[in-house]
Every structure is written in C-alpha cells, then in structure tokens.
Write a protein that binds this ligand. Sequence first.
Ligand code: ADP
Ligand code: MG
Length: 224
Amino acid sequence: MDTAIAFKNVRYCFGNVCALNGVSFSVPKNSLTILAGPNGGGKSTLIRLIAGLLTPDEGVINGSGMAAYVPQNLNFDISFPVTVKELVLMGMLSRKIRPFYRFSAGQRAAAEDAMRRAGLSDIADRGIGQLSGGQRGRALIARALVSKADIMALDEPDASLDTDAARSLYSMLAELKSEKTIIMASHHIGGVLGIADNVIYVNGTTSVYYSPDEFKEKRGGGIA
Ligand code: ADP
Ligand code: MG
C-alpha cells in the first residue's frame, strides 16, 4: 500500500485550546477519506494541517505530495471580478506571484478539460459571485484538479448544497479517486459513506475506520 498521508502522534493547539492531540493515522494513495465528528471536533484543523497551512506543535506529518485546499464556508463576494475560467486557470499558478504571466495553450486546454469534467463549460465566463453553492463547489474542485496537487483536502464542500447538488458533487469525487487522494470533512455522513473508503471520526483526537461498514458497525447510528 502506497501511503499518501501519515500522521504520527500529532498535537495542535490554538494558544491553550488544543484542537487535536494524539492523532495518528495513515491513508493510502487514491483513496477517499471522510472526516466526521461534532462541531469544534477539529476537522477543519486537521484539513489545514494536511494542506500545510498549520504546523503541528508535536508529532510528525508525512505526505507524499502537495495538497490542494478547498476551505469551509467560502463565500465569494458578489462583486469579486473573477470568472470561473480565471479561477480554474489560477489553480495552475505557483504560490509565487509572477507579473505578466501568460497561460500556455496547454494550460488553457487543461482548464477547459477540468471545467468540462466539473460540468462548468457552459458557465465558464460567469463571475464566481453569481454561482450557486453547487457550482461554486465544483469550480473549486476544477481548480484543484488542474493543480499539480496529488491530494485534495476539502472542508465541508457539501455544507450548503441541496440533495441533488450534493449527489453530483459526490459522484464527481468518486470518479476523481483514480487520480487524487481525497480527504473531505462532511456533516452528511449518510450521503458520503457510499463513496468513502475510510472514515476518520474527529473529536479532539481521531478514531480511524478503514471501511464505511466498520464505521457503521462500531459507531452505530449515533452519528450525524
Ligand atoms: P471543526 O471543523 O470540527 O468544527 P475546528 O477544527 O474548526 O473544528 O475547531 C477545533 C477547535 O479549535 C475548536 O475548539 C475551536 O474553537 C478551536 N479553534 C479553531 N480555530 C481557532 C482559532 N483560530 N483560534 C482559537 N481556537 C480555534
Ligand atoms: Mg470545520
């Protein structure tokens, strides 16, 4: 088994509030892992550690590659002057700002391909402030798709979606598994278990279940 991400006894505190302690797990490449658990349990903190935005106070995180991060509650300003196509293209830029950069024909083709796969071709020129929640989630995933990242860390991308939009997001993620390792925090356990390989229950520390069935068996119905 090729490991994509491994945590060894990781601890992370915000001042004297320790969000996570004693966190150890590993997930294989090209698997889809759901982070479940109560509000304040530490899911967003775990995602941000994976994305490299936070550094552990203790312990070690080993990753096989870069992670693309899709944050929680990302509300674009209505007037934010960026189109879907531009948002996706920007996923290819490195973090360094390069003035007068021009995207190559190959990069533009890759962006078109990612938008097609995300069902966004018809709205490529729409401003991101005008998108529905489902379209916004898919635009961010298309952006992550064109990046070189092997890992996608998604923080509740289904939070404000209706059932149909959530279902189309899940089927898109299930398809992406063949090329990316996906870690996704979600409150809609019932909906996501069908596409999950692993479930990590996060509540200050982590309990890891290496199949949805094991999770259901051991945690029973007391999960939301
Ligand atoms: P979840 O995503 O599961 O709701 P979080 O990772 O957001 O949980 O939060 C875990 C804990 O860390 C909570 O107790 C929360 O209040 C605390 N926390 C999160 N972010 C901050 C912050 N920037 N400063 C202080 N405490 C924080
Ligand atoms: Mg959160």
